[in-house]
Design a protein around this ligand. Structure first.
Ligand SMILES: Nc1ncnc2c1ncn2[C@@H]1O[C@H](COP(=O)(O)OP(=O)(O)OP(=O)(O)O)[C@@H](O)[C@H]1O
Length: 354
């Protein structure tokens, strides 16, 4: 079988030798990107490698269309001889106060994908995020006032329980995938909500980026992607410094409390101290959404100056106080986020990021 040029390109991003004998979960919505991902994986999959499992999550958000998406995915798996697993995870606005439907659906989807991966013992879970998704995410975060980490965009891969979540299409543009599907006459489902400009993502996708290409620079999408790559390099550098600073100052860390030594930090740059506190916050899985730049400056001042000594209150019920050389960050047990509400998809969130 001769390979399509896009399949050759795909093999560079997700080489056959990496697939080994473990099962691989492919998350398919039925939309063009994940259907193209599915075909790219199966057509480049060595016969000796582990089995593929197509997983679809039905959130029942679009009535009969949702059911048709699920049927389409099941049929796609059946026709190609691939195992299929369906999760029905209804999402309702009233059950997700303050989160938004899209974010709630994403959260439940990641839980389902994780469960699927654990069930079959998969090493990889693949999603169909593309270069366009990357550019849209970065721009969205810019508009929301992101920090360096958020500017890095969607990570190519990250730990996902015992498996890894991998996005092998991040270097491939949506148009290339559509062409690939057209070349083979393969069907996919069109999501009506993707066409509307109701959501921020679609406004960036259908209005802002096309206008930028027309009126600002023909390579605007690539330009945004380059900003993301630059940020990734800068973040990799900063992350090492942050981890070194944490190793030097951490006294103790438990789910409810972090204690750090102040004297190892007083001579560090305030930006590094802010980033270090932010990283500890993340490690604790304390809520980041309401943590503002102002809070970070305040935190870094507390670390450096050690005053005032009275207890300071931070978002998410976190209390901070200084005791001599120690800074103590506490989040009482009543404020802990239940395990089933921890956000597994936060890093590709089209939402608030530091
Ligand atoms: N309902 C779902 N079931 C399984 N996987 C999904 C589902 N929705 C999204 N995904 C996965 O997450 C990726 C990104 O989600 P996104 O919301 O951008 O997808 P989409 O626009 O609905 O569809 P696509 O990316 O397939 O064109 C998808 O490419 C797919 O791998």
């Amino acid at each position: 079988m001769s390979l399509h040029p896009l399949e050759k390109k795909f093999l560079e991003a997700f080489p056959a030798e990496r697939r080994a004998s473990w099962p691989i979960v492919i998350a398919v919505s039925g939309g063009s990107d994940s259907v193209a991902l599915f075909h790219l994986v199966r057509r480049t999959h060595p016969s000796t490698a582990g089995p593929l499992v197509l997983v679809h999550v039905n959130h029942q958000l679009r009535g009969a269309e949702s059911e048709e998406d699920a049927r389409f995915c099941e049929e796609l798996a059946r026709e190609t001889g691939v195992a299929f697993r369906l999760f029905v995870c209804p999402v309702k606005a009233e059950d997700t106060p303050g989160l938004g439907l899209e974010a709630a659906a994403r959260r439940s989807r990641y839980h389902a994908l994780r469960e699927a991966a654990e069930h079959v013992g998969a090493r990889y879970v693949l999603t169909g995020h593309t270069a366009n998704d990357q550019a849209e995410t970065i721009l969205y975060r810019v508009f929301r006032g992101t920090g360096l980490r958020g500017l890095c965009g969607i990570p190519r891969s990250r730990p996902f329980g015992p498996a890894a979540l991998v996005r092998p299409l991040l270097g491939i543009h949506r148009e290339e995938l559509l062409q690939y599907l057209r070349d083979h006459n393969w069907n996919y489902r069109s999501d009506r909500t993707n066409e509307s400009t109701d959501f921020a993502r679609n406004c960036i996708r259908h209005v802002i980026l096309p206008e930028a290409v027309r009126g600002v620079h023909p390579a605007a999408v690539k330009g945004v992607l380059r900003v993301g790559l630059n940020a990734q390099e800068a973040w990799a550098f900063l992350e090492t410094a942050v981890n070194d600073a944490i190793s030097a100052c951490l006294v103790s860390q438990s789910p409810t409390e972090v204690v750090i030594r102040r004297d190892t930090l007083t001579c560090r740059h305030p930006f590094l101290v802010q980033q270090m506190v932010l990283e500890l916050w993340r490690q604790q899985r304390w809520p980041l959404r309401k943590l503002t730049r102002q809070h970070l400056v305040q935190l870094a001042d507390l670390v450096r100056q050690g005053s005032p000594t009275s207890c300071q209150h931070f978002p998410g019920g976190v209390e901070i106080h200084v005791s001599g050389n120690h800074l103590i960050l506490t989040r009482p047990a009543g404020h802990q986020t239940p395990a089933n509400q921890l956000d597994d998809g936060e890093d590709d969130v089209f939402g608030d990021v530091d």
